[in-house]
Unconditional design. Structure first.
Length: 406
């Protein structure tokens, strides 16, 4: 029997195991994962790894798990949760004292004809990335459906590999759920400069082809030729195990600020969890699901304190990064909850910082190629700095404007 059994061997699950050990959890720890690979980090799958296959993805070395007495059970999907054990697809039963769900999310499917044709890809795991990489090498024309982070990163990588790339986004702007119009426009121009065609308001109606994908047709009849299609239309939480066990779910496994689910004992962390907004100034929609490495790591760290009987609520400024063609984007806070944006005077060419306010309070920042501005903004949001929108419009470094306020 495991003291702590974690379902999901990825960013959040591994962090929970590591943090529990750091905090003195001394009973057995087992992580069980459906994928056959040792736990790896996903971000590079749409970036360096997709380009060269060379980037290292490993979250921790094999020696690390051995040294910390963390058992990995890989290639085994859990199919059922019971009160003191889980059952796997191969019929194994693993008992536990404490259970944590870190089952992540999966790509949303596109409900249109042709979405299952050979040559149509999604990108979530290592196997997806390897399959996509193998085909990208000989795909002259790539259509990416969905102008969110993953779709855009794949578009940038495909263009860098010499493919002709079209991005089709149904909404009025790129990355519509995560950033405002100024940042979206900046990133769009960066893509267009690298030769990518970006179409917003473009609603794919069907994917066409015979033995293999040949193109994408829009609702207005426009057709784009495609030797490869990548669908990146967002993800949905993997919460069916939790639902099957009667845990409360609503766009993910519902947890409290200590990452405890509705049964008062099971934990849920990472992409699969629906949690109270951890921001210093929570937004109006007080609960959300976060899909980022930062959240997987920080929520798991906080959840480990629950396990060792010294529960600390999960608090922090959520942050996210993305690498687009010639544009490193960093976001702090939650843009969706803001009501005013300030585009700061550029410090230099190729850089942009947007600060976002809600009721006059700084709640989020979107920085492109501006790591120092990002750090200053993130600290300011975390510390509740009173930087008015008028001050933010002044030229100069954000760090200096903030220092002048104190
Ligand atoms: C291509 C790509 C690029 C990304 N880029 C960035 C980035 O630049 N910056 C950033 O902050 N975030 C990025 N992300 C998001 C980030 O990787 C995720 O937020 C993070 O991986 C979430 O970790 P997780 O452990 O909660 O879930 P996941 O990483 O989804 O892992 C969940 C694991 O649980 C396993 N599992 C599910 N159900 C079961 C079951 N029944 N039994 C056993 N195992 C199960 C799954 O197989 C999976 O391995 C990216 C994601 C992708 C896919």
């Amino acid at each position: 029997m495991s003291g702590l059994l974690i379902v999901g061997a990825s960013q959040a699950g591994v962090q929970l195991a590591c943090s529990a050990r750091e905090l003195g959890w001394d009973r057995p720890v087992t992580i069980i994962g459906a994928e056959p690979h040792p736990p790896y980090a996903r971000p590079s799958l749409s970036k360096a790894f997709l380009k060269s296959n060379a980037a290292s993805l490993e979250l921790r070395s094999a020696e690390f798990y051995a040294e910390h007495d963390i058992e990995l059970v890989l290639g085994e999907a859990v199919t059922e949760l019971r009160s003191d054990a889980v059952i796997t697809a191969s019929g194994r039963r693993l008992g536990f004292e404490r259970l944590a769900l870190a089952t992540g999310s999966r790509p949303r499917r596109l409900p249109i004809d042709g979405a299952e044709l050979p040559g149509v890809h999604v990108l979530r795991g290592l196997d997806d990335a390897q399959a996509l990489r193998a085909e990208l090498e000989r795909a002259p024309e790539v259509v990416v459906i969905g102008g969110g982070f993953v779709g855009l990163e794949v578009a940038g990588t495909a263009a860098a590999l010499g493919c002709r790339v079209v991005v089709l986004e149904a909404g009025p702007a790129l990355m519509g759920r995560a950033v405002g119009s100024a940042t979206a426009e900046f990133v769009r121009r960066a893509h267009e400069r690298s030769g990518i065609e970006v179409r917003t308001g473009a609603l794919p109606q069907r994917i066409v082809g015979g033995d293999r994908v040949a193109g994408v047709e829009l609702a207005d009849g426009t057709r784009f030729r495609a030797s490869l299609v990548v669908v990146g239309v967002g993800v949905e939480p993997v919460d069916e195990l939790a639902r099957g066990a009667g845990l409360k779910c609503d766009n993910g496994v519902v947890v409290d600020e200590f990452s405890v689910t509705s049964d008062g004992r099971t934990l849920a962390v990472g992409d699969c969890a629906n949690l109270p907004d951890p921001s210093p100034v929570p937004g109006p929609s007080s609960r959300l699901r976060l899909e980022s490495v930062d959240n997987a790591v920080e929520q798991a760290r906080a959840a480990a304190t629950t396990l060792v009987g010294d529960p600390r609520p999960y608090r922090g400024v959520p942050w996210f990064w993305s690498e687009q063609p010639s544009a490193k984007l960093q976001i702090a806070g939650l843009a969706a909850t803001s009501d005013e944006e300030v585009v700061r005077p550029a410090l230099r060419e190729g850089q942009q910082t947007v600060l976002r306010y809600r009721d006059g309070v700084l709640v989020a920042a979107e920085c492109v190629n501006a790591p120092a501005e990002f750090l200053a903004a993130r600290r300011a949001i975390a510390g509740g700095a009173q930087l008015s929108a008028d001050t933010a419009r002044l030229p100069g470094k954000l760090k200096d404007l903030l220092a002048a306020r104190t």
